[in-house]
Design a binder for this molecule. Structure first.
Ligand code: PRX
Length: 635
């Protein structure tokens, strides 16, 4: 098992060791896993290429380390707990042995359907255990999984399928979310209609007795395909640098990019970070409320916990169904020890009042985690007082799809915590602040752009099918450094607070959204001439989406048009990208070279028209006044 830091002195010692002798440090961590063939060299990392390689020459299968490795000693221990959407339905559990069997059967079913090492398989599934099983089954046979969050639209799904040139989709018939039933398979059918020529098979997990549309040429039932499959499946030997998965995420330009993670480094880092950040102890029940459609679910529902032999819980539903006490009821029921969620959920539940958490016994909780967006002080305090009763340290974990694992965080019971601060780097991580010219911003009580100075095992390797994009976005801004896209401040004691994105990415309820992506969707409406999308502060979501639109529609009442805009965004991307506010404008503030001045639009969207800067150099300064007036901002 990877090393678990014990106390502050130990953290300081381990951190120093990891920076002074990274190869030795990571080799020590890696050697605690089962390797089919040991690596020859710990790393070769060139940020110029970029060419990032860890545990070079090593062969392994991550599922052998998630499953087989635990069978002798902990085969009967619960690996996966599943809590259904409907509280009246029984929860389910899988021991390590049971999970192993399910994964092997699913892996054999994939093979029987022609999936071989290197093939891409799209998983478009609700939060049912079969999603975790399918993820691991892909990894078992060396297929590359790409989980697409089941809230994305048919168009977004088709884009991802086609970018990945996937051979198979695994989905469910429906998805139960709160009191809604979402027709998942119908979205897959629609994606197929949009043309996904590489897809040969769609495997459908049955989640409801209702009849669904069926295409006998490519549709197959999950239970038919798994029935009768052998309960064992040899793990495919994977090179450390073979692809493990692709996960699509939004950037500031163009379409979402497929972030590629590989087997060896990802395995070592997710396990190491899981054990340390959550201070997981044998017997603990760990619950992360994320969806496996995002990186948090990959690293800290599936891989990190299972690699560490933990009991990990999955929840099918939403925090407010059947009522705002659901999370806390589940914590009481399963005696959850580590609870990991997003600030947006905390804010939404805080708004429902203190009576909900007060109804439940939350004394089992030892560690509280937050991830995905900056947490505001009020939410942090509420989480600390009402959920943790001041006794469960909060780990405000900062990281990204691209980093694969947690990078900055307090360590519970080991380092201190401070509201809104992700605080300290994990071993092996060297965060630095730079100014816009790339000069290091040194000292304390300063702000800058957050970069990472040294390679770490689970870092992004490439963006699928477009290596140059990876280079441009992350490695070209500041030579020799990985650029995160975030701005941060270092306080007087050296703790880091991540403030938010400095690029054209907005973070809505912890979901990353590219403004260009939303604009492209809006521009699909035939009456849109031009649009500009910015984020604005939102009480629950953290950031909301504000769309300024120029239209050729002449009528005064735009309410129907607004509905159409929301519909077109839902169709192109998914309901999560729908603008919260839309304003029809006659022009957009532009520089003389034609660039939209988003800074001004952001300020107006936030109802803050102070310090707009010198607008006289704009191509059309008069438009600023017009937009301010429409927004009801008076000087
Ligand atoms: O802006 C940062 C914000 O979320 C971005 C990464 O989003 P994504 O790749 O979807 O991964 C989210 C889950 C790991 C970051 O660039 N972010 C994430 N965690 C925090 C955060 N901002 C502030 N504090 C955090 N703890």
């Amino acid at each position: 098992m990877t090393y678990q830091i014990k106390d502050l002195e130990d953290y300081k010692r381990v951190y120093k060791e990891s920076i002074d002798n990274p190869d030795e440090f990571w080799a020590d961590q890696a050697s605690t896993f089962k390797w089919i063939k040991k690596w020859e060299k710990v790393k070769e990392c060139d940020f110029q290429g970029p060419e990032i390689k860890w545990f070079i020459g090593g062969k392994l299968n991550i599922t052998e380390n998630c499953l087989d490795r635990h069978l002798d000693e902990s085969g009967d221990k619960i690996a996966l707990l599943w809590e259904p959407n409907n509280p009246d339905q029984e929860h389910q559990s899988y021991t390590y042995r049971e999970l192993f069997t399910e994964v092997c059967q699913c892996a054999n079913a994939l093979k029987a359907n022609g999936i071989v090492k290197g093939d891409r398989v799209i998983l478009y599934m609700p939060m049912v255990p079969e999603l975790a099983i399918a993820v691991l089954a892909c990894a078992r046979i060396g297929a590359v999984h790409s989980v697409v969050f089941a809230g994305f639209s048919a168009q977004a799904l088709a884009d991802r399928i086609n970018d990945a040139k996937a051979k198979m989709v695994i989905c469910s018939d429906i998805n139960n979310r709160g009191n809604k039933t979402i027709p998942v398979k119908k979205v897959v059918d629609d994606a197929m209609e949009l043309s996904c020529p590489t897809i040969e098979t769609v495997i459908v997990y049955r989640n409801s007795p209702e009849e669904i549309n069926w295409d006998y040429r490519i549709n197959k039932w999950w239970h038919h395909e798994l029935d009768g499959q052998s309960p064992t499946c040899d793990p495919e030997p994977m090179d450390s640098e073979d692809m493990l998965f692709i996960l699509y995420t939004s950037g500031s330009t163009g379409k979402p990019k497929g972030v590629v993670h590989t087997c060896g480094g990802y395995m070592v880092y997710t396990s190491f970070s899981f054990k340390n950040v959550f201070q997981y102890k044998p017997g603990d029940i760990y619950w992360c409320t994320a969806d496996i459609g995002w990186i948090t679910g990959h690293s800290y529902i599936v891989y990190g916990p299972l690699l560490s032999g933990a009991t990990t819980m999955m929840f099918e539903g939403v925090p407010t169904y059947p009522d705002a006490g659901r999370f806390w009821e589940i914590c009481e029921k399963h005696k959850v020890n580590q609870f990991y969620t997003a600030p947006t959920a905390i804010r939404a539940l805080m708004a429902k009042g203190n009576d909900w958490p007060a109804k439940y016994d939350l004394s089992s909780i030892k560690v509280l985690g937050t991830v995905g967006e900056p947490i505001n002080e009020e939410a942090w305090n509420w989480y600390n007082e009402k959920i943790g009763k001041g006794k469960a340290p909060i780990v405000d974990t900062w990281w990204q799809t691209e980093t694969g694992g947690i990078m900055l965080t307090p360590l519970p019971g080991i380092t201190d915590t401070k509201p809104c601060y992700a605080s300290y780097p994990l071993p092996g991580i060297v965060p630095v602040l730079v100014d816009s010219d790339g000069n290091l911003v040194e000292g304390n009580d300063v702000e800058g752009l957050l970069c990472i100075d040294q390679p770490w095992p689970s870092m992004i390797r490439t963006t699928y099918g477009d290596h140059d994009r990876c280079k441009q976005v992350y490695f070209s801004m500041f030579e020799g450094k990985y650029f995160t896209g975030d701005g941060a401040r270092r306080d007087k004691d050296g703790r880091i607070r991540v403030i938010g994105r400095v690029d054209d990415v907005i973070n809505v309820s912890g979901h990353r959204m590219g403004t260009a992506e939303v604009e492209n969707a809006i521009n699909e409406h035939p009456n849109v001439i031009e649009s500009a999308v910015v984020g604005f502060p939102h009480d629950i979501k953290g950031q909301g989406i504000f769309a300024y639109i120029i239209t050729d529609q002449k009528q005064k009442d735009h309410s129907e048009f607004y509905d159409e805009i929301k519909a077109v965004v839902s169709k192109e991307i998914g309901p999560i990208a729908k603008p919260d506010e839309i304003m029809v404008v006659s022009g957009l503030p532009k520089t003389r070279s034609g660039k939209i001045m988003r800074r001004i639009l952001r300020k107006i969207a936030a109802n803050d028209a102070s310090n707009l800067g010198d607008i006289s150099t704009l191509l059309n300064p008069e438009i600023v006044e017009e937009i301010k007036t429409s927004k009801g901002i008076i000087n």
